[in-house]
Design a protein around this ligand. Structure first.
Ligand code: SF4
Length: 378
């Protein structure tokens, strides 16, 4: 224990893998061993599902502790990115995602709206920036952008304008074609969100109108265009823990780790097929966050939908476990989100600082960057 504490203060004295395997670490968890490996050797993409399961199944406080260790080596642990997510085209979606109130297949009382005007979107981005947000994400409830040339061109304009305001810009518009990803990159898009939602095995229970492979293909187009990939999932859909491990495994074995990994807890909405799902508890979130942090050390792990149900101390545990990004704003697309003043207070109480925007055009991450960042983290 003393050796681990020393490693926080003096990274050069970190225990080696062999020490972790020695008799004094007889009771080391997989989280401890793999966190140490990540810290000493950097990110890797060749995780096996069993390795990730062992990390995920570690005693939760040990998992949290080692998630925090990796976090402090890979990031400034006080910095939390604030993203504002705005629904620029709400409802009327042809897809059947079982959790989503925006699907036209479910009667949730949501009124479909057209694409928001440029003035309204830019005004929202301005307000978000004034409130401390550094990334502005625009969401449209579409299956895909193909065949929506006029709307797509409008969105390219929005991207350019918001980037010129000094913010990072993200979009989530459904499936993309390669050419559209290229056009979004030219317009200045920082990141594209396209969640995998759950494991490949459980996915057909949640969505039947597009395949897992189609999702992966969109991520490929985004990556090839040089746009940062934002991709994560949702827990609380009725999946087994093996599915959560499966989701993490798919994300951590992509050709490059996603730049952002949103971890969402289902907000069950009346009228959707998942309306009766029980809310997940905080320890389930912490398991996901700390596991994601250990296996994808450089990613921004985003505490996303469902945060509104967690108290400040519960959110503090999530930040400790390795979360370093949140969504701010009144709503997350159509579901409620945390109050702006409450978030400001939380930053003050927890000593968190907003993360500045980054405009690096490099969407890939060096495999040995973990150690470099370690030397600059606070
Ligand atoms: S999650 Fe997206 S694609 Fe699925 S129904 Fe909702 S808006 Fe449509």
């Amino acid at each position: 224990m003393f050796t681990i504490r020393s490693s926080i203060l003096r990274p050069q004295l970190r225990p080696t893998i062999s020490l972790l395997h020695s008799s004094s670490y007889t009771f080391s968890s997989a989280a401890a061993i793999e966190a140490e490996r990540t810290i000493s050797k950097g990110p890797r993409n060749d995780w096996t599902r069993d390795e990730i399961k062992s990390i995920y199944d570690s005693p939760v406080l040990d998992l949290l502790f080692h998630g925090a260790q990796v976090h402090r080596h890979a990031h400034n642990f006080r910095e939390v990115q604030q993203c504002t997510l705005l629904s620029i085209k709400t409802g009327g979606c042809s897809e059947d995602c079982s959790y989503c109130p925006q699907s036209s297949r479910y009667d949730t009382g949501l009124k479909a709206q057209r694409l928001m005007s440029k003035d309204a979107v830019l005004e929202a981005a301005k307000k978000a920036k004034e409130a401390g947000s550094t990334r502005f994400c625009m969401g449209a409830a579409w299956r895909e952008t193909v065949g929506r040339k006029t709307n797509f061109n409008q969105i390219l304009e929005y991207v350019k304008e918001i980037r010129n305001m000094g913010m990072e810009v993200c979009c989530t518009l459904g499936m993309l074609e390669q050419q559209q990803a290229v056009e979004l990159k030219k317009a200045g898009l920082t990141a594209y969100n396209h969640n995998l939602d759950t494991s490949r095995e459980y996915y057909p229970n949640i969505i039947t109108t597009r395949s897992y492979d189609e999702r992966l293909e969109t991520l490929q187009f985004v990556r090839d265009a040089g746009i940062n990939v934002c991709s994560g999932g949702i827990i609380g859909l009725g999946e087994a823990e093996a599915d959560r491990v499966g989701l993490l495994h798919t994300l951590a074995t992509l050709p490059t780790h996603p730049e952002s990994v949103p971890i969402n807890a289902l907000i069950a909405v009346k009228g959707t097929p998942l309306q009766d799902q029980k809310p997940v508890n905080i320890w389930e979130m912490i398991r996901m966050i700390a596991s994601a942090r250990i296996i994808m050390p450089k990613a921004m792990v985003r505490l996303s939908a469902g945060r509104v149900r967690f108290s400040m101390p519960e959110q503090a545990l999530c930040f400790l476990a390795g979360a370093n990004s949140i969504f701010t704003g009144e709503k997350l697309l159509t579901t409620p989100n945390n109050d702006f003043d409450a978030d400001q207070l939380m930053f003050k109480v927890l000593g968190l600082t907003p993360k500045a925007p980054s405009f690096s055009d490099d969407a890939t991450f060096e495999t040995n960057a973990c150690e470099e960042v370690a030397s600059t983290s606070g």
